[in-house]
Design a binder for this molecule. Structure first.
Ligand SMILES: Cc1cc2nc3c(=O)[nH]c(=O)nc-3n(C[C@H](O)[C@H](O)[C@H](O)COP(=O)(O)OP(=O)(O)OC[C@H]3O[C@@H](n4cnc5c(N)ncnc54)[C@H](O)[C@@H]3O)c2cc1C
Length: 436
């Protein structure tokens, strides 16, 4: 079960590495507990990893790497309550169709489905929707293998403090072996994608569209005033997916194949980037279709990038994006990737980036082969001026001292950590930085 590792662990973006001392691939909660006991005896730390889609070093370890790839699938279904229990290592791309077979769906999703359910929940993965929440808010129960060797079930009714902390638990409280999810009836989305002008969105259109549509987001192409909008609404219309050739053209050729080429050219000849950005902002044309929710939410992302995303109060959306546009105009920085803007309603999950505040998310991306630190630095300064909270899985420079004032329940989270993991079995250098 535990093997000595000579492997270097690397995340999806390739910007974080770890040299785990050993790798364990348990297939049950009992085996997880056995790994924890052995690690304690050997004086090693333990890190559960998902599919390595975080951009930060939150999943990196030099201790025991716990790969839950063998713990996947739905373990229990309560159809009248629309609740399911799912093993922690289940990837979303398996979970979504399995829920569909049961007539169920997660209420909201991010824009890819490669993450494990435990990894997605642990960092507060989210999609968009002014009246919707992130994935963690759908969690109604968590089974946690803890440092003292127990298996703890927590929910809003049982061990409530542990539950509110463990939803977005950052992998700091224990190993999640199973989660319970509150699903909704499977639903279709009517997707409408079009173009617009950044000025219009910042002058009120973004707020109006967010209020009018179930799931609204937009992408702004730096060096242009052009945006691509996505308006997805729940519908009873019949399924009419994109023709296969159109999905391939937009999602594979333009959004991935041609975009990779554009980035490679831009990396070699940065001066061409503004012109290339103007071309790529026009490449994606309007489209409209109806499909299953998860097929609309999630698209393939094959062009490698690194990302920084901040959650800011919804009312600050235009100020943040406007200040970023002004900064790009004033500086000699060429940015081929669009800036993604999403929204979410406030929730009650202690370390959720939308904790008790209606939120706008602004995400900036950079091609993995050409990262300009000044761009992320400038964006972070702007977002922090608006009490921005960084996404737990995306690049940022904040420390525990910076984060504590942003989260009213930060100290409560740390108190739960002290109770559950006093010896810091689950620590790594990144958690030391962000939790102190
Ligand atoms: C291309 C791409 C697109 C993305 N799109 C979005 C998006 O639309 N919205 C969004 O919010 N984010 C998005 N992200 C970020 C991503 O959703 C998060 O970083 C997520 O945490 C990745 O899940 P993972 O399974 O890869 O977890 P990992 O990155 O492997 O791990 C993340 C954290 O979860 C912990 N963890 C994993 N499993 C367990 C467990 N069983 N028990 C305890 N802790 C555990 C790890 O220890 C670590 O702290 C995207 C990332 C990429 C690369």
């Amino acid at each position: 079960m535990l093997r000595v590792s000579r492997l270097v662990w690397e995340n999806w973006a390739g910007n974080q590495q770890g040299l785990p001392r050993a790798v364990a691939e348990p297939s049950s909660a009992a085996e997880v507990l056995a790994v924890l006991a052995r690690a304690r005896r050997d004086g090693r730390t333990v890190k559960a990893v998902g599919s390595g889609h975080s951009f930060t070093a939150i999943a990196a370890t030099s201790g025991v790497l716990l790969d839950l790839d063998r713990m996947r699938g739905i373990t229990a279904v309560d159809l009248p309550a629309r609740r399911v229990r799912v093993l922690a290592g289940t990837p979303l791309y398996e979970l979504n169709p399995a829920l569909e077979d049961l007539g169920l769906a997660l209420p909201n999703l991010g824009d890819i489905d490669r993450q494990t359910i435990a990894g997605a929940v642990a960092t507060g993965t989210h999609g968009t929707g002014a009246r919707r929440h992130g994935v963690a808010a759908a969690v109604t129960g968590v089974r946690l293998a803890t440092a003292d060797g127990s298996l703890l079930w927590c929910s809003a009714e049982e061990e409530a403090d542990f539950f509110w902390a463990a939803q977005v638990g950052l992998g700091a409280l224990g190993v999640v072996t199973e989660v319970e999810l509150q699903c909704v009836p499977a639903f279709l989305l009517h997707a409408r994608e079009g173009s617009g002008r950044l000025e219009d969105l910042l002058e009120g259109e973004a707020h109006r569209a967010a209020a009018a549509h179930d799931h609204f987001e937009f992408y702004w192409f730096p060096h242009t005033s052009r945006v691509q909008t996505k308006r997805n609404d729940r519908t009873d219309l019949p399924v009419s997916p994109l023709p296969r050739w159109r999905g391939w053209l937009d999602d594979e050729l333009l959004a991935n194949g041609a975009f990779e080429l554009l980035n490679r050219v831009g990396a070699r000849a940065p001066r061409t980037i503004p012109s290339l950005a103007r071309v790529s902002s026009r490449a994606l044309s309007d489209r409209e279709y109806v499909d299953r929710s998860w097929r609309v939410f999630c698209t393939p992302r094959r062009v490698r990038f690194v990302e920084c995303e901040y959650a800011v109060p919804r009312a600050a959306l235009a100020d943040v994006v406007g200040a970023l546009r002004d900064w790009v105009e004033d500086h000699d920085v060429a940015v081929p990737f669009p800036v993604e803007v999403r929204v979410l309603a406030g929730d009650d999950v202690w370390l959720s980036t939308a904790y008790q505040r209606d939120t706008a998310y602004v995400a900036v991306h950079q091609y993995h082969r050409r990262v300009q630190p000044a761009y992320f630095d400038a964006f972070e300064r702007i977002a922090r001026d608006h009490a921005g909270r960084p996404h737990w899985g995306k690049l940022h420079t904040l420390t525990a001292d910076d984060l504590a004032p942003l989260y009213p329940r930060f100290d409560d989270f740390r108190a739960v950590r002290d109770l559950l993991d006093p010896e810091r079995l689950f620590r790594n250098p990144h958690l030391d930085r962000i939790l102190g």
